[in-house]
Structure formats: C-alpha cells, structure tokens
Design a protein around this ligand. Structure first.
Ligand code: FE2
Length: 326
C-alpha cells in the first residue's frame, strides 16, 4: 500500500511517499521546501501559505520521481491536520482533499506532533519510549498510554516553545537564519554564566529566560549569552525528562522535532540516559525537520490499526493537542 503525505503546518511544505509492505513501513521519498521570512521578521502566515502553494507542484513531481511512481498508483492520501498556523494548514488540507477526491482514494488527517513521534519510534525500532519533543512551537515530554487518551503529556513548556525562544532571541540579536543553528554555532565559542532557571514539577518555562538573555547582552559577549541560553534551557528539559524517565520506569528515550538536531542537547540527554541505563534515539535530520514522509508514515500506521475518515468531515485544527489524538 502506498501513501502520499503532505505537511504544511508552519514554514515548510513537504511531500513524502511511504510504502506499507508485509506490516513494515518504508520511506520512498521525502521532498520539502522551507519559507524563509525576511531578516528580522517571524513567519507571516499569508506569505508562508503562498510559498506552500507556489512550491507544491514541483515538490509533488520531485516526490513521485524519487519514488518512481505516478499519482494514479497512490492508495491513500494524508495531510497534517494540525496543530499549526491556520492559513498554512489549509494548503495541505485542500491539496490532499483534491487529490483524494479526484482519484477516488481514501484520506486521513494526521496530527503533526504524533507524526514526529511515530516516524522516530518506527525508524529507531523503539518499543515504549519517553518522547522528548522539542520544536519551534512545541516542547513536551510524552508517553504512550494503554487506554484513552492515547498519549499522555507528562510535562511541557508553560509559555513558549524552545525553538521559538531561540528564534525570538536570534531576531532581536540580528542573527542570520536558520536561527537555531546560528545560536548553537556562537554558543560553542562562549562561556557559561547563570541565567534564571524555571522547572516546575515536570513542566518548564522560557519567557523569563529569554527576557534575561536579551538584557544580558548589555553586559556580556553575544557568544556567552548564546552559551548560557542553550545550556540553561537544555538543562531545564533534561531535568524534567530525567524525572519523567524515573517516575515511569522507561528504558528508552526518543528525542524528536526540529531542535533534536542540536548536538549539544543530544549530548546532554545522552549523559542523563547513561546514568539510568536508558537507550537514547534520534532519527536523521530530514525526519526531525517538518516533512511529508512523517505524515505518510503515520497515516499508514493508523490505516493498519483500522483508522478511516470521511473526506467531507476533515477540517484543519490549529489547536489539536497530541493528548486529543484518538
Ligand atoms: Fe514539527
């Protein structure tokens, strides 16, 4: 069975194709293109959505060519139904509905966060991990539940996502994009100093840390502020993750989402996991960035479990939390 998945929750439009064969899911192609806002600006929803529409045709051709398939051969269409930016979400929803109705094929709406977890767990061969999900908008500690809801959020940011904090800091500091990589690059040359540290149970917060880091620029080198910002925020998540790991007796940790590409963060999590004899896993960067393959992968996994949806009832949901996934 072949599934074509479309991702467009925020800055990236992605189209991926996966195949389900003898109970196993393989990625056949994964094409993506990211909208880059002008320097000093965040995502402008109208322009990001326009970018996704403009790049859709080429990405569709790229994904089909790489998988050596034609559209007629696709058995299932899937799209990222949420959470995300309303105008961006409408692009993948409209495109998947058009393709499914034109070819008379089934369609599934996939939760973006679920897709990050599912492809990581599947490709890494993990059984029952603690998920450390760190991206621009989302920063959560998640486990799978036996009953309902399917996913439990054990801890999460009380204000902004980790990636968005780095973005906001980098924009104010006039850094180049991609912001996360630039903050990480500067941090390697910096010296650590103390910044406010907020962990409440298994939750964490970053808004106060961001304000303090911006103020600290008046008295510290930029490299030192980047180092302190990274170390402090990563330590907050590691502390909460360690508590979750011990309380739920997990032996596996999956780190996923855009910020999972940060080497220093993986190093810190790895040290924590070693102390508890837990296995840490992280997939290759193309699957931690927003991508269409994870949508197709999750749709096939859900299809195998018997999930079916009616095209006319599927609408984008910008606020669809992972603990609302059925
Ligand atoms: Fe994402």
């Amino acid at each position: 069975m072949l599934c074509l998945g479309i991702e467009s929750t925020a800055h990236t439009i992605g189209i991926g194709i996966c195949q389900l064969k003898k109970g196993k899911i393989a990625v056949l192609s994964n094409a993506a293109h990211a909208y880059r806002p002008p320097k000093g600006q965040g995502i402008i929803p109208r322009l990001a959505a326009q970018h996704h529409v403009d790049h859709f045709g080429q990405l569709l051709r790229d994904a089909l060519l790489k998988a050596n398939l034609s559209l007629e051969q696709i058995d299932l269409f899937a799209f990222s139904r949420g959470p995300g930016i309303g105008q961006c979400l409408r692009v993948s929803c409209a495109a998947a509905k058009f393709l499914a109705s034109y070819f008379g094929k089934p369609i599934l709406g996939i939760n973006h966060c679920h897709a990050h977890l599912e492809i990581s767990k599947g490709l890494l061969g993990m059984k029952d991990p603690l998920f450390v999900y760190v991206s621009g908008a989302n920063t959560q500690l998640i486990i799978e539940n036996k009953g309902k809801p399917r996913f439990l959020v054990l801890g999460e940011t009380l204000d902004m996502g980790l990636g968005n904090m780095f973005d906001s800091f980098a924009r104010e500091a006039g850094l180049k994009v991609p912001h996360g990589s630039e903050v990480a690059r500067l941090a390697q040359k910096g010296k650590f100093f103390l910044l406010p540290y907020t962990v409440k149970g298994m939750n964490f917060a970053f808004a106060g840390l961001l304000t303090s880091a911006l103020k600290a620029r008046q008295s510290h080198r930029l490299e030192d502020v980047c180092r302190a910002l990274l170390e402090t925020s990563f330590a907050e998540i590691c502390e909460a993750a360690e508590r979750a790991l011990c309380l739920y007796s997990k032996k596996e940790v999956v780190v996923c989402g855009g910020v999972a590409q940060n080497e220093r963060f993986c190093q810190m999590l790895s040290s924590m996991c070693k102390l508890h004899n837990a296995r840490l896993g992280v997939v290759e960067p193309q699957y931690n960035a927003d991508n269409g393959a994870m949508i197709a992968y999750t749709a096939l996994s859900e299809w195998q479990k018997g999930k079916r949806e009616k095209l006319s009832l599927l609408m984008p949901d910008g606020y669809w939390r992972i603990d609302q996934v059925n």
